[in-house]
Every structure is written in C-alpha cells, then in structure tokens.
Write a protein that binds this ligand. Structure first.
Ligand code: C2E
Ligand code: MG
Ligand code: MG
Ligand code: MG
Length: 287
C-alpha cells in the first residue's frame, strides 16, 4: 500500500504528496502513542485475555481454548492485537507482554482443571521475538512450575512465517520445548511459505488451517482443494488439524466430511470471558 501511495503521490503532484506525508506522519504519531501507552498497560491492568473454544468434531465437545489478548486503553479505546502486537514486537515490549499472557493463561487453565473442567489444552500465541528469545524455555518452565500446570496442557502457536525463518534454529528451539512436554502448533497454516521437508521435521502436533481458506469454502473450489490437501498432508505426517474462522454450518459440514479434527470460530463462539467458557464446557461431574 505504501509503495502504491508513493507512486501515486509522485505522479499526481504536490497535493497528493502532501496528503501522503500527512498520512505517514499520523501513522508515526499513532505508533508512538501506542508504544508509550503499552509501556504502562500491564501495571495499569489494561490487558486481559479472552478465550475461544476449540471443538472436537468427533465428540462435539470443547476440548481446548485459544487465549487471545485484549487491550482497552482509557483514551485510545479498544486497540486490536493486529495493530499493537507488531508495535510491541518492534519495541521489544512483547517479551513482558508475552510473559503476562503466558502467566495469565497458565493460571486460568490451572484454575479450570482444579474445578474439574474437562479441557485438554490452552493455546497461546507466540510472537517471533518471544520464540527466538534465549530465555524462553526458562521463562515458560518457571511459569508452569509456579502455577502448577503440567506442560502438556500448554500449546504454543507459531505462525508458519515464524517457524520457517531460519528453520534449523527453529527446529532446535521447538525440540527443547517439546522435550519439556509443551505442545506446538502451526498457526495460519497455508498462508506462509512452508517447506514440506522442514515441516516434517518440526516436533509439532497440530496444523491450524487459516481462516482465509475456510471463509470461501462454499464458493471457491480452489479453497476446498487446499483444505483437503492440508488435511491429507497432516494425516500423512501424523498431525492433527484444526480449522480457524468457522462461521456457518456449511463450512462445518465440509470440514467434517474432509476429516478435520477440530474447529474454532464464531459459529460456536467468539473469543469470550473465562466465566462464559465455564458455562459452555463439560465438567467431570457431567459425564
Ligand atoms: P490468530 O492467532 O490467528 O487468532 C485468530 C483470530 O481470528 C482472532 O482475532 C479471533 O478473534 C479471530 N476469529 C476467531 N474466529 C473467527 C471467525 O469465525 N471469524 C472471524 N472473522 N474471525 C475469527 P484477534 O483476537 O483479533 O487476534 C488477531 C491476531 O493477533 C491473532 O491471530 C494473533 O496472531 C495475534 N494475537 C492475539 N493475541 C495474541 C497474544 O497473546 N500474543 C501474540 N503474540 N499474538 C496475539
Ligand atoms: Mg492463534
Ligand atoms: Mg490463527
Ligand atoms: Mg489466522
């Protein structure tokens, strides 16, 4: 978009250029404001987690949740993680924020399990910088120990891009996490540039089929083909599959027919509060 804006700015003269540079200036100001505000977000209690159910299709039960970060700032209002995570990543603040996310998610999961809720996993998104941080394993181990959560209840979601950057290094990091018993999955699968020879070496347990394929399942036969190919690939590599962004029954039925293991999306529930998750999930007393 910025190249295009620059191109049209150059070609359509001074007014457009001025417009473009004002636009750029506004962006820089917003980024700076967000970065400054983020610095206080944790201590001011502005961050919270919401949880989105992951439904196993074989049993129709909620078997896991994905923790998703929310930020409500007193003057800037609600800011999407799509906007602030990259800023936190550039400024390094993602390390402290990511630690807060892991701590909060582990604490919540431990509470749920102690209450007798039948959940097998809580998934947490990991950014590139967190994943490459030399202290990652130590930090996570410490959190799991302190919260008393056995490692197999935690799943870390890495995007394809993060996993495929310097893949030999990535494999080594994944192996240390995997040896500890922590589960790994590849998020937004199909949108990056996975090398299949590396994919087979990743000690991961799950592929998350990107929402962009799921959303066009009804009208686009290419997207249907891509989904069934991803599911075949996962089956052949011994990996589980979960589809993101399932919004209607037709999408669900297609995924079920293809043998997808789990689904996540607005059709079942948007990301929601811990209390709401407790109302939706089965308890050991129910069965
Ligand atoms: P993601 O990990 O791929 O998360 C899925 C996103 O899709 C979430 O957006 C979720 O609210 C949304 N979603 C779920 N079901 C549906 C659906 O049926 N339809 C549609 N249209 N959307 C659906 P959200 O919460 O805004 O998060 C966006 C991205 O921000 C996440 O994508 C993830 O990459 C990042 N993110 C969120 N929380 C964290 C975090 O704690 N740490 C890091 N590093 N990244 C995070
Ligand atoms: Mg995710
Ligand atoms: Mg995703
Ligand atoms: Mg996605």
């Amino acid at each position: 978009c910025s190249d295009l804006a620059m191109y049209s700015a150059k070609n359509e003269g001074r007014n457009n250029f001025q417009f473009y540079s004002q636009h750029l200036q506004a962006n820089i100001e917003r980024t700076t404001a967000i970065e400054a505000a983020l610095r206080r977000a944790i201590e001011q209690n502005e961050l919270r987690l919401v949880y989105q159910p992951q439904v196993e299709l074989r049993s129709n039960h909620i078997t896991g949740v994905e923790a998703l970060l929310r930020w409500q700032h007193p003057t800037l209002g609600h800011i999407s993680p799509v906007e602030f995570i990259p800023i936190a990543e550039d400024s390094g603040q993602i390390i402290a924020i990511g630690e807060w996310v892991l701590r909060t998610a582990a604490k919540q999961m431990k509470q749920w399990l102690d209450k007798g809720m039948l959940l097998s996993v809580i998934a947490v998104n990991l950014s590139a910088l967190q994943f490459r941080h030399p202290n990652l394993l130590f930090q996570i181990t410490k959190i799991l120990d302190e919260e008393g959560l056995p490692p197999h209840y935690l799943e870390l979601e890495l995007t394809e891009r993060v996993a495929m950057y310097k893949p030999e290094e990535a494999i080594a990091i994944m192996q240390t996490l995997n040896k500890k018993g922590i589960r790994l999955s590849i998020d937004d699968f199909g949108t990056g540039y996975s090398s299949l020879s590396y994919l087979k070496r990743f000690p991961i347990s799950k592929l998350k089929i990107d929402r962009s394929f799921v959303s066009h399942v009804q009208e686009d036969s290419d997207d249907r083909a891509i989904i069934s190919t991803i599911i075949d690939l996962a089956n052949n590599l011994g990996l589980m599959t979960i589809a993101e962004g399932v919004e209607n029954e037709q999408q669900l039925e297609f995924l079920r027919m293809q043998g997808c293991n789990e689904v996540q999306g607005y059709f079942f529930s948007p990301p929601t509060t811990a209390e709401e998750i407790e109302r939706m999930t089965s308890w050991s007393a129910d069965v």
